[in-house]
Design a binder for this molecule. Structure first.
Ligand SMILES: [Zn+2]
Length: 415
């Protein structure tokens, strides 16, 4: 198909990438080997300063936008073309690991270094990106910087987000000196690719090197309140009870059954509050949550319809159940040509791969609204993430970065 285009044979340096991962892990490093680098803290400032130094040493131009998103551009041979962006986030959870987000930024840096060392010139400019506040741990919601870039939130909304200590996002951004001049969203990109650890066990279980991420699954959150009648546990016969907890147990199992009966879906009851939560009182009221996920919106519609129908069938006017949807995030479909670039990038390097959907949110989910986007996953040990023990090997990181480089070069010749 594209055999007339000769792809350059460039290899990332796995040792240099690993060295950068270990070096930056010191900014906020924890005794247990993880990282605590909450967004817009001194640790975040220090790693941002480090990244500026590395990119400027390669001759890249630095742009910072008004919510602190960082863009480092290496020129291409055709200046009228928009840049191909690569990147992720450098902030972590309070007990985060060394790879979540960071790998995607440092693999991008490794690609810039590799191109610099070889003297290879791309047609498009290449742009390394660090998105602000992906984690949403200090300032909710998550993916705030990429969300502002994509027009999901505006700058004023971002500035007003408050940490639990009362500090606002805007004040914290000013305090670390990373309020840039570029208007959010004004920096254009021809495409965006993000390398990330999977944060789940599928690649490891299936023995695959690379995940070709086709999108982010559709997610919905519901609150349920079940109301029965509190009564004495010793003197109310079993056939005279309106026990809200027994009905809640039915719903927990129902959610499990619904999720298991739709391939690739997930269903979770994560919270359950029992009232009055007393040993010898039949529970009168239960508040609970349901989280449903599926790669396709219409499949999730069907799951929700089953849930509502069964609930309707189980309850009457004496024992009631209200189900309220409180949040939804529609399915994200990544760009076909970006997905193909990732697939051929993995194949060209001889890596085994698997097509999958992301179970977690990522900056790329918002960027996909404004630019062709795709993601690459690598395995992480035991699927563990948001944990100080989070771990991928040097070889796995190298495979991800090489796939990313191959995909970037392919997009550069095709876009
Ligand atoms: Zn992440």
């Amino acid at each position: 198909m594209d055999s007339v285009v000769t792809m350059p044979n460039l290899s990332v340096d796995g040792d240099r990438l690993w060295q950068s991962l270990m070096e930056t892990a010191c900014f906020g490093g924890t005794p247990k080997g993880g990282i605590k680098r909450l967004t817009l803290t001194e640790e975040d400032r220090a790693v941002r300063d480090w990244l500026v130094r590395q990119c400027e040493a390669l001759g890249c131009r630095t742009d910072i936008d008004e919510v602190g998103n960082m863009f480092f551009t290496r020129p291409g041979t055709e200046p009228t073309l928009e840049p191909i962006a690569i990147g992720s986030h450098l902030d972590t959870q309070p007990t985060g690991g060394k790879f979540d987000g960071i790998l995607g930024v440092l693999a991008g840096l490794e690609i810039l270094r590799c191109l610099d060392a070889s003297g290879y010139e791309t047609r498009h400019p290449l742009m390394l990106v660090n998105w602000t506040n992906e984690e949403g741990s200090r300032f909710s919601p998550a993916m705030l910087g990429s969300g502002v870039h994509a027009g999901v939130f505006d700058r004023a909304y971002a500035d007003a987000r408050q940490a639990t200590d009362g500090t606002s996002f805007g004040d914290a951004l000013d305090a670390i000196g990373y309020r840039g001049k570029a208007q959010a969203g004004s920096i254009r990109m021809a495409a965006m690719l993000e390398l990330h650890i999977e944060q789940g066990p599928v690649l490891e279980r299936r023995g695959k090197d690379i995940g070709i991420v086709e999108g982010v699954q559709s997610m919905r959150w519901y609150d349920l309140v079940i109301t029965g009648v509190e009564a004495h546990a010793g003197s109310t016969p079993m056939d005279a009870r309106l026990d809200a907890l027994v009905m809640a147990a039915e719903i927990v199992l129902l959610v499990e059954r619904i999720a298991r009966s739709h391939a690739s879906s997930m269903g979770t009851v994560g919270c359950l509050e029992v009232h009055p939560n007393s040993r010898n009182v039949i529970p009168g009221q239960i508040s609970m949550t349901v989280d449903l996920r599926h790669p396709e919106d219409d499949e999730l519609d069907a799951m929700e319809a089953t849930l509502r129908q069964k609930i309707h069938a189980c309850f009457d006017e004496r024992l009631t159940c209200s189900l309220t949807e409180i949040w939804r995030s529609p399915a994200v479909k990544f760009d076909v040509s970006c997905i193909d670039a990732v697939a051929s990038g993995a194949a060209a390097a001889g890596y085994s791969s698997l097509r999958l959907h992301s179970g977690a949110g990522h900056d790329s989910a918002y960027i996909a609204r404004v630019a062709p986007t795709a993601m690459i996953f690598i395995p992480c040990r035991d699927g563990l993430s948001h944990n100080e023990a989070e771990s991928s090997t040097r070889e796995q990181c190298q495979a991800g970065a090489q796939t990313l480089l191959n995909a970037v070069l392919r997009l550069d010749t095709h876009l």
